[in-house]
Write a protein that binds this ligand. Structure first.
Ligand code: SF4
Length: 105
């Protein structure tokens, strides 16, 4: 079983107890998403054809990504890896960010 983890290092605010890597400055979010997309393509042979059964977006707060950014990353993974049609996709979320659009990606 193989899984792909994507780290989204942005949060709305800094929680005082948190040791994760993140930024509350969102100006680079679009550039970061484009960089992650490029890295997914660069690593397309990393799993040597093994099927991906889990995709996990952690952070940070991945629910800060908009629908288009989420679709871009998910589609890039699907185009460059063999993804099980029943793969489990997890998105760490702030409930305040979630919309029906997010949940349909
Ligand atoms: S990663 Fe979670 S706990 Fe850490 S600052 Fe962001 S929202 Fe808070």
């Amino acid at each position: 079983m193989s899984g792909i983890y994507i780290h989204i290092p942005f949060c709305k605010k800094a929680c005082h107890y948190c040791d994760f890597h993140f930024s509350t400055s969102h100006g680079m979010m679009s550039d970061m998403v484009n960089a992650i997309q490029k890295e997914i393509v660069l690593r397309k042979d990393y799993l040597a054809g093994e099927e991906v059964e889990t995709i996990y977006f952690g952070g940070g707060t991945p629910s800060l990504l908009n629908k288009d950014q989420l679709e871009l990353l998910l589609n890039t993974i699907r185009e460059n890896f063999i993804v099980d049609e029943n793969a489990e996709v997890t998105l760490e979320s702030n409930p305040d960010d979630l919309t029906k659009k997010h949940c349909r990606c």
